[in-house]
Design a protein around this ligand. Structure first.
Ligand code: ARG
Length: 250
């Protein structure tokens, strides 16, 4: 009897210990003007594919997430100074960024596209046609880097996609280059026939694989996130989240 009690007690304490050791709240930075990956809903709460994904990933490991909003080009500096523990922000895994931060395994395959004014559809048929033109982009993004290569010194960097679309509409640039799913989302939201999409091999052969960034050497959190990604894929939760934001595959 005493023996049994002792064993039960030890098991209980072990569980308690494991639970309290696991219960962490991770601060995750994002720039929520990038629908459907991250944006603020009508109540001002960050939501979107990335937000649901990171919450599910860390919840699957017994942890919690606090979302911290900040400008896109401030995310890596905030990670480096320890203001946040991770970044989820439709962030492409690039060699340049890998010099400064570590990434989880990639979780979404994206690509770039350009948005032009429909009235210019005959004028701009491929990205080559945009050479030398002013091009709008979101500051610090792969779209901005692509635009700079295409049209050196002619990039109009804006803080977010809605501002960039407005600039395009008002004639401040000939095109907006950003991630394709985001361009499609905001074009649809703008409605009407003001904008058209321009895609070609130069834009789409540029793979944008999104990863979750972690401070270099934080292998514990990186391993946790990678395990979480695997676990929610196996449980089917990842598929549900994907369908929530991108619809069911036909
Ligand atoms: N995928 C692009 C990049 O990594 C754009 C990401 C912008 N994300 C955002 N939440 N504003 O550069």
């Amino acid at each position: 009897m005493i023996k049994h009690l002792a064993a039960a007690c030890a098991a209980l304490c072990l569980t308690c210990g494991a639970l309290s050791a696991q219960a962490a709240v991770y601060k995750v930075g994002t720039h929520p003007t990038f629908a459907p990956f991250e944006f603020v809903d009508a109540a001002g709460t960050p939501t979107g594919f990335d937000i649901e994904l990171i919450k599910a990933v860390l919840k699957s490991q017994g942890d919690e997430v606090e979302i911290v909003s900040m400008p896109f080009d401030g995310l890596i500096p905030a990670l480096l100074t320890g203001q946040i523990d991770a970044i989820i922000s439709g962030m492409t895994i690039t060699q340049e960024r890998q010099k400064r931060v570590d990434f989880s395994t990639g979780y979404y395959n994206s690509t770039l596209s350009a948005v032009i004014r429909s009235a210019d559809s005959d004028k701009y048929k491929s990205s080559e046609d945009l050479k030398g033109q002013k091009i709008c982009a979101q500051i610090g993004t792969t779209g901005s880097a692509f635009a700079e290569k295409l049209s050196p010194g002619q990039v109009v960097n804006l803080n977010n996609e809605p501002d960039a679309l407005l600039e395009l509409k008002n004639g401040g640039c000939a095109a907006l280059i950003n991630d394709r799913p985001v361009n499609l989302y905001y074009m649809k939201q703008a409605g009407g026939t003001d904008f058209a999409e321009l895609i070609d091999d130069a834009l789409t052969s540029n793979p944008d694989l999104y990863g979750i960034a972690i401070k270099k050497g934080n292998d514990e959190l990186r391993a946790k996130i990678d395990k979480g990604l695997k676990d929610i894929e196996a449980s089917g939760e990842l598929k549900t989240i994907h369908e929530n934001w991108f619809g069911k595959a036909q």
